[in-house]
Design a protein around this ligand. Structure first.
Ligand code: COA
Length: 153
């Protein structure tokens, strides 16, 4: 897809990131999780929470024109909060965001990138070379701890 830019997020992006994630969780993750679990995740991505976490993580956005259509973050050695606009999924944006994050993680010295995958994204991460370490469950929400060794490009 052309006209996509992946860049560092700024505080001005917080409302758009929150809206994108909340919409994506309801629409995409809502197919795999019960409504209570979906609303717990949605609450966790309210603008104030997104803003707080931005201080602790390296957050990136994918912009198409003036619209934010994807986001991803690095917190310590963990890939966090990857979401792609449901209308634009299956077009390579998720894979581009992961490649951008892996390059950033290598640059800051992360040798092994970990993540906690949703049910929804597990097959996607497997395709990108992430290996399942263990299945987890918190508040009835199942997730999958996965890891990838980052080799030099
Ligand atoms: C998971 C997600 C980020 C993938 O983004 P995307 O832009 O649709 O993914 P891409 O188009 O880059 O897909 C890359 C490859 O993975 C495959 N793929 C995508 N989603 C997949 C899935 N759920 N299961 C298996 N394979 C998948 C694609 O077909 C593509 O394969 P290809 O290389 O043969 O073409 C997106 O579906 C999403 O936002 N989901 C909801 C939020 C979520 O669960 N995020 C993860 C939180 S841990």
């Amino acid at each position: 897809m052309t006209d996509l830019v992946i860049r560092d997020a700024t505080a001005d992006d917080v409302p758009a990131i929150s809206a994108l994630v909340q919409h994506t969780v309801r629409k995409s993750n809502g197919r795999d999780y019960p409504p209570q679990a979906v609303e717990l995740i949605v609450a966790n991505f309210a603008p104030a929470k997104v803003g707080q976490r931005m201080a602790e993580r390296d957050v990136f956005v994918c912009q198409k024109g003036d619209r934010i259509v994807g986001t991803i973050a690095l917190g310590g050695d963990r890939l966090r909060s990857l979401f792609v606009d449901p209308e634009l999924q299956q077009a390579g944006i998720g894979a581009q965001l992961v490649a951008h994050l892996e390059a950033h993680a290598r640059k800051v010295g992360v040798g092994e990138l970990k993540l906690s995958s949703s049910l929804t994204a597990r097959g996607f991460y497997e395709r990108l070379g992430y290996r399942l370490i263990q299945s987890e469950e918190h508040d009835g929400v199942s997730s999958f701890l996965m890891v990838k060794v980052l080799t030099s490009p």
